[in-house]
Ligand binder design. Structure first.
Ligand code: FCB
Length: 455
């Protein structure tokens, strides 16, 4: 399809008037200012400083220097015509592990940031945990230690009390799968452990912390809307064989249903429990009830489908992820599948039919370059964005109550174990100068949101 055909396929009037048009960011990936304002190290400071953990050897110590440039960055979001903005709080700016009392400088930073959003007509969406656990808590066992749940609840209590008059939308955790599994099973993320039972215990404790945080937030914030953001994948079979179809069911049980079933009050899937056997987490009385607390919305982070095949020697799921050659991919290698988003959202709406849905992240990484004319012509990202927004519209038509879309991300940023090698922004960041340039994709998003993309 040509660009003309693509952009004609969608307009703002296809969506409800109160639909949220946003961008998503996270603290460690953009803030920098690692030693400033009383901030203490997180597990990502430690991990990224460890040789071999991040592909380009970089850290988030400076990142986009958003801590100092936040006004300029919020101006970009406002100039795009957006009406919402998702950010995360760095726990390490609020508690330092020494003082009982929260750090006033940290609270003041987020207070200014939130005021800045409100002044620009951006509804603040706050993520409380986007992977940057204080290192002092990791030193005491991290999420495996249930004392971390208590520390989290205190942090949630303080931040929601402080900001709750102005921030109504709260996300307890970003992608607990990644916190648990990348952090503790495959070791790709901080803290870099490689143990399935440990990862499953971490996963469970994180979900418990979510469940216990929900009533705390509701007690502190009048008219609160509380939810969680999950990384969900449609799972597709590598072939039509019965073995591959069954592999899909096994894979889905841990990858998606482990979270959805538990959060919707159905407990962990029997199938997944059977597969992990003795590696299942220790569950205390009351935990599953806590995890199943009804929320106001579910955030879905969607990037790509997973294609799996039957692999009898792979513990515990007996599945392997494959990467078929014949798919369109981003420069990061992630499959481009807008239909996957339609399928996923329709499935969630059908099987877990409560609350509102938001796409809390969706985006693509390409190797962008600033042209001689100073422009960044990221046509592939622009087309990805258009096709996924068409998918959101189609999913709504298919019955999914999607109330908003947050593009990942406002800015190029520190992409975890890929460092600065992957650019996901609607805005290009030239790291040596910190100059920001809105890319073609950002201009198109802005035109759509303003109802001008067809002109
Ligand atoms: C998601 C993360 C986000 C970003 C994108 C590309 O899994 O939540 O921080 O790294 O992937």
């Amino acid at each position: 399809m040509t660009f003309n055909d693509l952009t004609k396929a969608i307009s703002r009037s296809d969506f409800a008037n109160d639909f949220l048009w946003g961008v998503s960011t996270s603290a460690y990936q953009i803030e920098g200012a690692a030693d400033i304002g009383g901030r203490v190290p997180s597990i990502w400071d430690t991990f990224s400083a460890t040789p071999g953990k991040v592909r380009d050897g970089s850290t988030g110590a400076v990142a986009c220097d958003h801590y100092h440039r936040w006004e300029e960055d919020l101006d970009l979001a406002q100039a795009m015509g957006l009406n919402s903005y998702r950010f995360s709080i760095a726990w390490t700016r609020i508690f330092n592990g020494v003082d009982e009392q929260p750090n006033p400088e940290g609270l003041a930073f987020y207070s200014r940031l939130v005021d800045g959003m409100l002044a620009r007509g951006l509804q603040p969406w706050c993520t409380l945990y986007h992977w940057d656990l204080p290192q002092y808590l990791q030193d005491q066992g991290g999420w495996e230690n249930r004392a971390t749940i208590d520390a989290y609840l205190r942090y949630v209590d303080v931040t929601t009390t402080h900001l709750g008059g102005r921030v109504k939308h709260w996300i307890t955790h970003n992608e607990p799968w990644c916190t648990a599994m990348h952090g503790n099973w495959d070791g790709m993320h901080a803290p870099g452990n490689k143990s399935l039972p440990l990862a499953l215990q971490v996963c469970h404790n994180v979900l418990v912390s979510h469940g216990l945080a929900v009533p705390v937030i509701r007690a502190n914030v009048a008219d609160a809307k509380v939810g969680i953001a999950l990384s969900l994948h449609p799972i597709k079979p590598a072939s039509d064989s019965a073995a591959d179809q069954e592999a899909v069911v096994r894979h889905d049980a841990l990858r998606n249903r482990w979270f959805l079933d538990a959060l919707y009050g159905r407990g962990y899937p029997e199938l997944a429990l059977r597969l992990v056997g003795e590696d299942a987490p220790m569950v205390l009385p009351g935990d599953m009830e806590a995890i199943g607390v009804p929320c106001d919305f579910l955030g879905v982070n969607y990037y790509f489908p997973e294609v799996v095949t039957n692999a009898p020697d792979q513990y515990p799921l007996r599945t392997a992820i494959v990467h078929p050659q014949d798919r369109q991919r981003t420069d990061f290698g992630w499959e481009v599948s807008p239909q996957g988003l339609v399928d996923l959202m329709a499935r969630v709406a059908r099987e877990y039919p409560t609350g509102d849905l938001y796409v809390t992240e969706n985006g693509s990484s390409y190797d962008d370059h600033v042209g001689a004319d100073g422009a960044v012509d990221d046509t592939a990202r622009r087309d990805y964005l258009i096709r996924h927004l068409v998918a959101v519209r189609d999913a709504i038509a298919a019955g999914a109550h999607i109330k908003g879309y947050f593009a990942w991300s406002l800015l190029d940023n520190f992409e975890w174990s890929e460092g600065y090698l992957r650019r996901f922004g609607l805005t290009y960041v030239d790291y040596p100068t910190q100059r920001r340039t809105v890319k073609q994709s950002g201009h198109w998003y802005s035109a759509l949101v303003r109802g001008q993309n067809q002109q």
